[in-house]
Design a protein around this ligand. Structure first.
Ligand SMILES: Cc1cc2nc3c(=O)[nH]c(=O)nc-3n(C[C@H](O)[C@H](O)[C@H](O)COP(=O)(O)O)c2cc1C
Length: 217
C-alpha cells in the first residue's frame, strides 16, 4: 500500500511540508512526498483530448504526476492560500488528474485528504476563511473523482510580509491589516505547525484514517 503526498508550497520545509510529512509518517505505510515546485505543470486546457487515451496531450510533467496518483492507493494534497484561494501549483496538479477520470475512474474509492496552510486566522472578519476555501477546493475535487475524502489538517502559517523586510513602512502590510497598525514581527510572532495542537491532532488523525481505510479493504 502506498500513500502519495503532494505539496504545492514553494517554501522548502515550511509549515505545509512539515504537516504533510506528519500525515504521511502517521500512516505507517510506504509513502512518497512530492514537491510540485520541482515539476513543470500547466493547468488543464479543457480540450478533452484525454477522454479516449487517459493521457494528457500537454508535454510537461503532468502525466508523470498523474501516473504517481494512479499508482498510489491514497492521496494527500497539501496547499497554501495566496489571495484566499488554493495556490496555483496545487490547483494545476488536481486539474491535471482529469485524464484519470474518463471511463475507468482511476481515483475512485481511494482515501484522500488535505493539508492547508493559511496566514489569515479564521477569526479575521474582513476576509473569507482562506483555509476552508483551500480545503473545499481539494475536497470537492476528490468528491468529483469519487474518492473517499477522510479529513484534513488546517495550519496557521505566516503572512509573507513577515519576512519581506519592509513590514514597518509598507502601507499594504498584511501584518498591520490583520493584527493592527501597531503590529510588529515581535508582537505577532512566528506560527509553527509544531506548536498547533489542533493541527497536529488533525494531521495524525488523517494519517490514521487513511491507514485504517486501506487496511480494511
Ligand atoms: C502572494 C501571497 C498572498 C497570500 N495571501 C494570503 C491570503 O489571502 N490568505 C491567507 O491565509 N494566506 C495568504 N498568504 C500566506 C500563505 O498562505 C502563507 O505564506 C503560508 O503559510 C505558506 O505556507 P508555508 O508555511 O508552507 O510556507 C499569501 C502568501 C503569498 C506569498
Amino acid at each position: 500500500m502506498k500513500v502519495l503526498g503532494v505539496s504545492g508550497s514553494p517554501i522548502d520545509d515550511g509549515n505545509t511540508d512539515r504537516a504533510l510529512k506528519t500525515v504521511l509518517d502517521t500512516t505507517g505505510m510506504d509513502t512518497e512526498f512530492v514537491k510540485l515546485k520541482n515539476y513543470d505543470i500547466e493547468p488543464c486546457r479543457a480540450c478533452l483530448k484525454c477522454v479516449n487515451t487517459n493521457v494528457c496531450v500537454i508535454n510537461d510533467d503532468g502525466n508523470t504526476l498523474a501516473q504517481k496518483a494512479k499508482d498510489a492507493d491514497a492521496l494527500v494534497v497539501a496547499g497554501y492560500t495566496p489571495y484566499s484561494s488554493l495556490d496555483a501549483r496545487t490547483k494545476s496538479f488536481i486539474e491535471r488528474l482529469y485524464p484519470l477520470h474518463h471511463k475507468y475512474g482511476f481515483m475512485q474509492n481511494k482515501p484522500g485528504g488535505a493539508v492547508i496552510t493559511c496566514a489569515i486566522p479564521k477569526t479575521y472578519e474582513m476576509l473569507p476563511d482562506s483555509c476552508s476555501n483551500g480545503e473545499n477546493a481539494v475536497m470537492y475535487h476528490m468528491m468529483g473523482e469519487g474518492m473517499n475524502f477522510v479529513g484534513s489538517s488546517k495550519v496557521l502559517g505566516n503572512v509573507p510580509c513577515f519576512s519581506c523586510g519592509y513590514e514597518s513602512e509598507c502601507d499594504t502590510s498584511g501584518l498591520k491589516m490583520i493584527y493592527g497598525q501597531d503590529a510588529t514581527l515581535e508582537s505577532v510572532g512566528v506560527n509553527n505547525f509544531e506548536e498547533q495542537s489542533e493541527a497536529i491532532e488533525n494531521a495524525k488523525n488523517l494519517g490514521i484514517k487513511i491507514a485504517e481505510t486501506l487496511n480494511s479493504e
